[in-house]
Write a protein that binds this ligand. Structure first.
Ligand code: CAA
Length: 399
């Protein structure tokens, strides 16, 4: 039997400002119940200009790395769809800011919101062959659709950092996984646009179709394993999305699977589902990190979970690639998560008025700006973008 590898530590960073979606609904002339119930979002994290993806990611990773980790990390894999450079990988900035040993390699992965999952699997394969070494996999994104757009309420920002090791203390990633690729235009962002282009209703439909497709393949290839899955965690662009996927699966034909067993599984996953959405409801869409924010939420709030339980994680990246990966909860998962710190991280936030949010949203960086001092007088907390000079980005740290 192969050795267990997977998630040993999880770091989370969410910007300190948010918009209340009820305020947003009132400002946009929409019934607040649409946002709170129909979409399932209460708050939306808003980054300042100096909180770019490097700052977000460095703040998430710094919390979890010990001096030993810095020496033992061989790779930094950065998953994002908010990159500002077509050539230089965001992971290189992270390697520098975090002081990771010089012989590590650093690169960026892109496939919409799916990228983090590809990074985790690549990291697990690497560690499986070199059990003494570690890989840092980080996701950071800023979800932007535009003021007054129908996607506006599904924006958000933040970063998740995972340390992948042998004998992990949170989640052992299993070899069992099912992936699917389909060339589609449901959501994409050409390089000349700073907001996403999206065919919103089609994107939610495609997400559900690919979930059903993946589940039906698992029914066919490994029905016994499928029955062991205790909870299902989803990529959550908004918290209603996973529920829609579960409902679609409930309605699918499932010609290869015992229908009574399927109904029992779905009942169990639906009962646990609210726990998987608690944190996502307070943040919005993290793109690459959303699935892993939902995993944190499950681990913190699903009281029925115990060590040894199998978790299904459905990763979806528009365009489109989807994959169901699975993991087994490890005995020390709760102490490794540091739930008090995560709660305090959420409690420190302050609410913006809609006018303040709109001003921050419009304060974007022009791509041709030569010299820029981003943080004049208002530096962010932790790592932040200090200046852009001759197209070079420089960062600083505020304790
Ligand atoms: N009270 C309660 N519920 C209400 C309501 C009210 N007063 N008014 C409307 N609703 C419900 C609707 O019935 C609907 O529920 P169902 O989907 O269960 O039927 C829900 O609120 C949303 O209503 P609409 O469909 O009319 O909303 P919309 O047209 O404004 O758009 C959206 C919703 C398509 C999700 C849009 O916000 C969007 O485009 N978001 C960005 C794209 C996205 O997140 N896609 C997800 C799949 S793609 C992906 O996962 C990758 C990624 O990260 C982007």
């Amino acid at each position: 039997m192969s050795m267990s590898v997977g998630i040993d530590k999880i770091g989370l960073y969410i910007p300190q400002h948010y918009v209340d979606t009820e305020d947003l609904a009132n400002a946009r002339g929409v019934d607040p119940a649409k946002y709170l119930v129909g979409i399932g979002q209460e708050k939306m994290a808003i980054p300042l200009l100096e909180q770019d993806i490097i700052a977000l990611a460095a703040n998430a990773a710094k919390q979890i790395l010990s001096p030993e980790d810095l020496e033992e990390i061989d790779q930094i894999i950065f998953a994002t769809e908010s990159s500002f450079d077509f050539s230089k990988a965001s992971a290189i900035y992270l390697h520098d800011l975090l002081n990771i040993q010089p012989y590590a390699k650093s690169y960026e992965i892109k496939q919409a919101c799916y990228g983090m999952t590809a990074g985790i699997q690549s990291a697990c394969d690497y560690v499986q062959l070199r059990p003494q070494r570690k890989v840092l996999v980080v996701s950071a994104d800023i979800a932007r659709y535009g003021l007054n757009s129908s996607g506006e309420v599904t924006q958000g920002a933040g970063a998740v950092a995972l340390l992948i090791t042998a004998n992990p203390r949170i989640l052992a990633i299993q070899q069992e996984s099912i992936s699917v690729t389909s060339n589609q235009f449901d959501f994409w962002r050409p390089h000349y646009s700073d907001v996403a282009l999206v065919d919103g209703h089609y994107s939610t439909q495609l997400y559900q179709e690919l979930y059903v497709q993946v589940m039906e393949r698992l029914e066919l290839t490994n029905p016994t394993y499928l029955q062991t899955i205790k909870a299902m965690v989803f990529h959550l662009p908004f918290t209603k999305m996973g529920l829609k996927a579960l409902n679609s699966y409930a309605q699918s034909e499932s010609t290869h699977f015992d229908l009574e067993k399927k109904a029992a599984l779905l009942n169990q996953w639906q009962a646990i589902y609210p726990a998987t959405t608690v944190l996502n409801r307070q943040v919005g869409n993290l793109y690459t990190g959303s699935l892993y924010l939902s995993l944190i939420s499950l681990l913190m709030f699903a009281e029925e979970l115990t060590s040894g339980d199998v978790i299904g994680l459905f990763s979806y990246g528009s365009g489109a690639v989807a994959e169901l990966i699975t993991g087994i909860i490890q005995p020390q998962y709760l102490e490794m998560l540091n739930t008090n710190q995560i709660q305090a991280h959420f409690d420190r936030r302050t609410k913006l008025t809609i006018a303040e949010y709109e001003a921050i949203f419009n304060e974007t960086l022009a791509s041709n700006e030569e010299v820029l001092n981003v943080s004049d007088g208002t530096p962010g907390e932790g790592f932040y973008l200090k200046k852009i000079d001759a197209h070079r980005r420089y960062y600083d740290y505020k304790p």
